[in-house]
Design a protein around this ligand. Sequence first.
Ligand code: G3P
Ligand code: CA
Length: 244
Amino acid sequence: MNSLIPLVIGHRGAAGEAPENTLASFQLALEQGADGIELDVHMSKDEEIVVCHDPTLDRTTTGSGRLRAMPLSEIRRFDAGSWHSKRFQGERVPLLDEVFELVPEHILINIEIKDSYSGLMETKLLDVLRKKNRLNQVVISSFDAQCVRHTKELEPEVKVGILYNSFTNNHVQFAKKLGVELHSLHPHYQRIGKGDVSAAVAAGLSVYPYTVNAIEDIRKMIDYRVSGVITDYPAKMVELLKQS
Ligand code: G3P
Ligand code: CA
């Protein structure tokens, strides 16, 4: 479904102003009036789902090494906020479960699967969503089409979307060729035009371009009538929508 007013979707929370993919970042996005958040997931050695963009701890925490090689207890020892600023010292790599404790059910959560881990991630992720009773709150997306297909096969009720950064002349055709019932397209914002958006919406697809940070680009996406804009700066977009 599309509306004239696109959803404001905070990328990794409010990653322009807080340490990405932390509870503090998600909290800030909520405070700024975001309608949804986007986050990335990986798996620990003991098969817990953790929220982190990279497969390693190196860039965004005080630790180092691969998340998949470490038990949760070890991952949680490291600080995930101080690299950004002292103000956020003490943040930890969140468990996906914790995000559901923080984020109310009316807020859309776009979960991006970064690594399928041979299909295990899809199974474990759906287990968490069922346990937390949050299947309807999420859109699960991935650049990996097989992972998107697998997710939908395992749970037909869940909404899935495809991420892409490639040029295509026909986005609807591209979506159809994937052979999965998609809820949404998640293109790079420089890969779509107004006609692409209206054709996708007419075909029943939502369109959530990423990662749109400059005011003029956000304005353009609003003009294109996309379904939602994934941005590091939810406050900026909320302000823009208030003015229009
Ligand atoms: O989901 C949109 C966007 O987050 C995809 O790219 O690298 O920021 O995860 P990336
Ligand atoms: Ca992402």
